[in-house]
Design a protein around this ligand. Structure first.
Ligand SMILES: Nc1ncnc2c1ncn2[C@@H]1O[C@H](COP(=O)(O)OP(=O)(O)OP(=O)(O)O)[C@@H](O)[C@H]1O
Length: 211
């Protein structure tokens, strides 16, 4: 069963369309890498796929409970320990597998440390480990390897491969070569929206007032 199907999708940020006419599917076991220059709309697309903002046009077909989003920011609870952060997320999503997540992202020795006392790369590893305890099939990831050293990028790729092997899917916006050769690459550059207003949001209101 297809995990995610996008047809005729247009997305907008701050009332401005960023990308349009997007069509793609994500099948179990597939990873899709989103490419494109800064400001093109990769984050906007991921946020829309995650259901954090509405599509401007077109359709997204996915089980509403199938996606988990790892944003640019780590979004950790700084006073909670590494394990407590994972437990929190497992409870929110109804997932499990905390020990496996700790082990896979090389966090076991840091399990009792509060998140505020982690390095940037350690925080990032924890932010990514959270995906594993969500139990969600579709992982949406925005620049997941920022702050990671080469060894940690390797752990991340291993984690994604395990997820794909279990029938999951992944959509990853990244500027680097992850070494995930089996992933499909979607260059979003041709889908840059013509400079039109979305008809919703602040910019549209601004237009009405001053246009
Ligand atoms: N909060 C916001 N309000 C209004 N416009 C925004 C906001 N955040 C981003 N934008 C604009 O929306 C457009 C798309 O931004 P987005 O973050 O989706 O791009 P991106 O492809 O992820 O970029 P990068 O590679 O730099 O992360 C950009 O032109 C950006 O300036």
């Amino acid at each position: 069963m297809t995990l995610l199907s996008v047809s005729g999708l247009a997305v907008a940020r701050g009332g401005l369309r960023t990308l349009e006419n997007l069509n793609f599917t994500l099948e179990p076991g597939q990873a899709l890498i989103l490419r494109g220059p800064n400001g093109l709309g990769k984050t906007t697309l991921l946020r829309t796929l995650a259901g954090l903002q509405p599509a401007v046009d077109g359709q997204i077909a996915a089980d509403p409970d199938s996606t988990a989003y790892a944003a640019h920011a780590d979004g950790l609870k700084s006073a909670l320990t590494v394990t407590e952060n994972l437990r929190f997320w497992a409870e929110v999503f109804g997932g499990d597998g905390i020990d496996q997540a700790l082990s896979l992202m090389n966090l076991t020795e840091l399990a009792a440390r509060p998140a505020h006392a982690l390095s940037a790369g350690q925080k990032r590893r924890l932010g990514l480990a959270r995906l594993m305890v969500t139990g969600r099939a579709v992982w949406l990831m925005d620049e997941p390897t920022v702050s990671l050293d080469a060894a940690s990028v390797g752990l991340f790729v291993q984690m994604v491969r395990g997820h794909l092997a279990a029938g999951g899917g992944a959509v990853i916006a990244t500027h680097i070569d992850l070494g995930l050769a089996e992933a499909r690459v979607l260059d979003l550059t041709p889908f840059k929206a013509a400079a039109t207003r979305s008809g919703t949001g602040r910019a549209a209101g601004f237009n009405e007032a001053f246009g």
